[in-house]
Design a protein around this ligand. Structure first.
Ligand code: GRF
Length: 220
């Protein structure tokens, strides 16, 4: 099977970008990262791209006349390299229409909360401060809204009484690194079907059992 060409957009440390690189290198993901685009010249994601001989481009929004022009330029760079799937990995901007239109249901994002709860910045701390017992992460397709596109895959983690923003974020991040490559793999294998807002995953059985209850039920 041909490897699916993907393009990654990242603004910062790029640990999710790294989890994708690792999954490819370990043979768990039939994809090839063709290009990293960053809007931040200081992003650590650039070092990761260099280390793995992945082409990178720094596109600085200020250099463009409008937000639309910036995203149009990004779309053209991705298309010219044959990219089929765009992956946002800590990309700190709302994606503009030219890019969404160029890749309909072909842009994924990962969010550190169980959407539609706690969208936007600091999803982990929003959930902790609200007092929920279970949070997690969500991979979703990207539309023009803030974390509003169809959900592809989610993972849940417990929120503990003594959690801080840091401890909860670290627990969620470990899940992010597992499910993002999985979601991309489902795409690469042609197992994702989008029906309106619902994403159907072909050929994967889901258990009827509750998977996480916090606190656990008493066995008595
Ligand atoms: C992650 O928490 C992700 O859920 C959010 O931004 C953060 C990016 O982290 N969208 P990293 O740059 O991948 O390490």
């Amino acid at each position: 099977m041909d490897r699916v060409k993907i393009g990654v957009l990242a603004s910062g440390r790029g640990s999710n970008f790294q989890s994708i690189i690792d999954a490819i290198q370990e043979g768990r993901l039939p994809a090839e990262v063709k290009l990293l685009i960053t809007d931040n010249p200081d992003a650590f994601a650039i070092e990761r791209a260099k280390k793995h001989a992945i082409e990178h481009l720094v596109l600085v929004p200020k250099a463009y006349a409008s937000k639309g022009d910036f995203f149009d330029a990004a779309a053209k760079e991705l298309k010219s390299r044959g990219v089929r799937l765009v992956v946002l990995a800590g990309f700190m901007r709302l994606v503009g229409k030219p890019l969404v239109d160029a890749f309909p249901n072909r842009i994924m994002n990962i969010h550190p909360a169980l959407l539609p709860s706690f969208p936007g910045l600091h999803g982990q701390e929003q959930a902790r401060a609200y007092g929920v017992k279970i949070s997690g992460c969500s991979v979703h397709f990207v539309d023009e809204g803030m974390d509003t596109g169809p959900v592809i895959i989610q993972a849940a983690v417990p929120v503990k009484d003594d959690d801080t923003e840091e401890t909860l974020s670290a627990r969620i991040l470990r899940c992010e690194h597992k499910i993002y490559p999985e979601a991309i793999k489902l795409f690469c294998e042609g197992k994702i079907e989008v029906v309106g807002r619902r994403v159907k995953i072909k050929g994967i059985a889901v258990s009827d059992d509750a998977v996480l209850i916090n606190p656990p039920l008493s066995s008595r």
